[in-house]
Design a binder for this molecule. Structure first.
Ligand code: 16G
Length: 250
């Protein structure tokens, strides 16, 4: 059994990667299933160990497999793809996938804006803010840890709401008549701290994605500053890039 074609201009490791990728994508291999060991793969495909390693690296970097030191290579759990095009809430993102969004409330309080928060929300230092920290769940599975800040005057009764089963964006729009318009979002890779690992049910040092969002109202006022930690094994973000139209003016 070779599955590689040496006359094919596609590098051998890519052919091997594609072979396993197909098995994962068509469900022949399920999340948690183990791939054969390196030696077996070398024999199966008739290639060197270096080629096998390259193929596994490529599968890992596409998030299709996870390597566990000393234990082997396993099919990764399926990821949620989130398009970075629309200003959507967690609840909307999950319902688009047929999942039930939920939240575990960790804390809710009124705080005074620190210099950093004041800058991010475009308010004065010391101004009253609402601060809510939740673990976000999809079908009861923790996906992200989220801390959000809102200027108190925009949604003064928010803390009295049921923040475990209600969408905050929905409350802001329906109850406070706020029209969320655009958001600026920053993404940054990081490693899970002890607390994040515990709350997200992953291991300390596992890859996570830090996301910061500043959301603005139609008239330009900033309504939300959010900091989230997303599980790196569960998410994949998609950005659609459009080539600018060439400038034809001379
Ligand atoms: C998303 C937003 C977060 C917002 C939340 C509202 C990102 C990175 N963050 O998680 O800023 O507060 O949705 O969700 O997308 P909710 O309406 O379901 O409570």
């Amino acid at each position: 059994m070779q599955h590689v074609n040496r006359d094919n201009p596609i590098p051998l490791y890519v052919q091997i990667k594609d072979f396993w990728k197909k098995k994962i994508e068509n469900g022949e291999l399920q999340p948690g299933d183990q791939l054969p060991g390196e030696q077996d793969l070398c024999e199966q495909h008739g290639v060197s160990r270096i080629t096998v390693k390259q193929a596994i690296n490529a599968l890992a970097s596409e998030g299709l497999v996870i390597r566990h030191q000393g234990r082997g290579t396993f099919v990764a759990s399926r990821r949620f793809q989130q398009d970075l095009l629309k200003l959507t809430s967690f609840t909307e993102d999950m319902s688009q996938r047929g999942l039930i969004a939920g939240a575990r409330l960790l804390s809710k309080q009124i705080i005074l804006a620190t210099p950093e928060l004041a800058k991010n929300l475009g308010v004065l230092e010391g101004e009253k803010l609402i601060c809510i920290e939740r673990v976000r769940l999809a079908d009861n599975e923790p996906l992200a840890l989220e801390i959000v800040y809102f200027p108190y005057d925009l949604c003064p009764g928010l803390l009295a709401e049921d923040l475990q089963s209600q969408s905050i964006y929905n409350l802001l729009e329906q109850k406070y008549g706020l029209i969320l318009h655009v958001a600026e979002q920053f993404l940054e890779p990081s490693l899970a701290t002890r607390r994040e690992a515990l709350l997200l049910q992953i291991s300390i040092g596992d890859p996570v994605l830090l996301i910061e969002r500043i959301t603005c109202l139609k008239e330009g006022r900033r309504v939300e500053y959010a900091k989230s930690v997303y599980r790196g094994d569960k998410y994949r973000f998609r950005v659609l890039l459009e080539r600018p139209t060439p400038n034809t003016s001379k």
